[in-house]
Design a protein around this ligand. Sequence first.
Ligand code: 2HG
Ligand code: ZN
Length: 477
Amino acid sequence: LDGGVIKIDELQAALATVVGDNGISADPFDTAPYCVDWRGLRPGKTPFVIRPASTEQLAHVMRLLSDVGMPVVPQGGNTSMVAGATPDESGTQAVISLSRMNKVRSIDPVDMTMAVEAGVVLKAVQEAAAERGCMFPLSLASEGSATIGGVLATNAGGNTTIRYGNARDLVLGLEVVLRDGRVWNGMRCLRKDNTGYALRHLFVGSEGTLGLITAATLRLWPKIKDELVIFCSVANENSALSLFRKIQDRDIGLRAFEYMSGAGVELVVRHIDGARLPLARPAQHYVLIDLASSRASAGLRDLTEVVLAEAIESGDVIDAVIAESIAQKAAMWRIREEHSESQRKAGASIKNDISVPVSSVPTFLREVPVVCRQIIPKIRPVPFGHMGDGNIHMNFLQPEDMEAAEFLSRSGEISKAVNEVVRSLGGSMSAEHGIGSLKVDILAQWHEGIELELMRGIKDALDPAGMLNPGKIFSVR
Ligand code: 2HG
Ligand code: ZN
């Protein structure tokens, strides 16, 4: 390190005096889970995993690492879909896990704000808000493991974007440790604050490449008192869109509108214990509709029944079932949320987390499988996702008769074909999962030069030596 001036074990000892012996581990048995991404696509190595217990400890750690020029990889719940929170193979990047910084600092039901540390798991944030009669509305399949720090660092979206926005829209203030150990305390709780550049928005979505988010002030919403979950089979892609429009027009409190293909639901039913189709007959297209209101008797069911009757009449909806209990709601949502897990069990996947204008979702869903079958005829499309906000996970499963490695070696070709359709529809090649290390090359081609130049300029201003999460968003220079 640094021309051999400092030995790695001396550095480890110095770090241990800051975080305690429990706060650092170099044992490969302990560090292994921190080195491989959820999809298992980019296994890496690290000299050690550091787990500071406070902002002060992390600031001290960053000063020590900065002095010796050791790069860091921040990690929350390690649920990245784009290998954005794991070290590379060099074995020179320290992993910093924020998991011990997991306190809810305060909740204010009058201001409707909540101050939490980065390592609090998203589900625990939701539960803490609910205990005080409020609601934190961000919701995603990995909410039982994803931490709020990672959620903010990646500007996660999830299921409820259509109503509450992305993570960015739910954050009022941040606390950030910079590369050199300086701490920016921006833990404000203001709805209006135009005092220069909105720095919090710079760090949200920066994937740990500009600084380490250690705490956030979150925006809360009124508690939900009436909700309804409906699972429908629909005739085709356009029918899904018409149903969406009908619900939007009536303003019935739409919280999520999720699309699932017949192939995706079949995989869930096959691979996930206890999952079963809530309708009498399988179909090629399904939607899950989630409605919610903070009024106790918002009449959600009556309004929904009118819309569903119309949609059945017009032939858009084939069949629909309304959840009658909490258990049924959960079972319906489970079919949607276990899509990733069931695909992981079924074999190798090529994922394309894209967005297009909502009106173009049907065209996108129809065109992409056609172009991809021209490349790999037996490829298995498994599209699903947040149709209501235009974000579709255009995933492909390996053909039954192709080896996983061979299939994955063709990821580039497939994603290129998908992204050509995305671009023709004015969409984005990364809607909610970010760039991580998997999409670095695609990003370099995606934007016009000026946009990348501006981004590079920001990176160079905050992390001139390229020590923060190297190889994520940009390639290492
Ligand atoms: C979801 O919507 C996640 O469940 C994961 O964004 C999507 O596995 C995926 O491609
Ligand atoms: Zn998603």
